[in-house]
Design a protein around this ligand. Structure first.
Ligand code: ADP
Ligand code: 5GP
Length: 201
């Protein structure tokens, strides 16, 4: 797989950096972007809806899907399994839609092996102190889960070197605009449009 017609946007970063918030804002003004809904063995948080936030499934079902090669990538993150269902992504890319994956680093690196045209964006918090404030302030995890997530953050940030772009989420609007600028620039990359140019001239 080399060139897909839509852009495969892969967004990662430590828990609490603001990936979900940026993605939500991005989708409000970019209706051509489709979001891949991941499958997970994690239990739903209050307010999360099956099929919207995630497909919440049991470990046995996850293992069945793995066996049937239904995931584009998968990883164990903070003690639970998460995976990207393959068909949705491939279908949308083929139809010219951009597809957004918000996944962890291990999964992102699996995608990098498979898609030469993927766009890899790392979201950073302005500081570790602010990261802690955001994880705690979100109020969705237990104290133990907060420790786990915050404890992994520094190691995760070291992996930024493997990504194409780093976006610091200090001001939310600016961070969202940075991601939009990346998307615009990626669409102009010669390798993406070369075939089209050749067919016209
Ligand atoms: P992630 O998806 O990376 O785990 P979230 O999007 O859930 O992070 O954001 C974590 C918390 O930080 C949320 O409570 C969110 O409202 C808040 N947040 C996100 N971006 C900003 C920002 N630029 N400034 C202040 N708070 C933010
Ligand atoms: P959360 O439990 O906070 O929703 O997500 C925990 C972590 O799992 C986040 O870093 C998130 O990006 C990652 N994640 C969510 N879906 C997937 C997926 O399909 N694959 C992988 N590899 N990671 C995922």
């Amino acid at each position: 797989m080399y060139m897909a017609r839509g852009l495969l946007l892969v967004i990662s970063g430590p828990s609490g950096a603001g990936k979900g918030t940026i993605c939500k804002k991005l989708l409000e003004t970019n209706p051509q972007i489709r979001v891949s809904v991941s499958a997970t063995t994690r239990k739903p948080r209050t307010g999360e809806v099956d099929g919207v936030n995630y497909f919440f499934i049991e470990k046995e079902k996850f293992e069945d899907m793995l066996e049937l090669d239904e995931f584009l990538e998968y990883a164990k993150v903070y003690d639970n399994y998460y995976g990207t269902p393959k068909n949705y992504v491939l279908e949308n890319l083929k139809n010219g839609n951009d597809v957004l994956l918000e996944i962890d680093i291990e999964g992102a690196l699996q995608i990098k092996e498979k898609f030469k045209g993927g766009v890899f964006i790392f979201i950073l918090p302005p500081s570790m102190e602010e990261l802690r404030n955001r994880i705690v302030g979100r109020g969705t995890e237990t104290e133990e889960d907060i420790k786990k997530r915050f404890g992994s953050a520094l190691d995760e940030i070291k992996q930024v070197i493997k990504y194409d772009y780093a976006v610091v989420n200090d001001d939310l609007t600016r961070a969202k605009e940075d991601v939009e600028a990346i998307i615009r620039a990626e669409r102009c990359k010669v390798m993406r449009v070369y075939e089209e140019i050749q067919s016209r001239f």
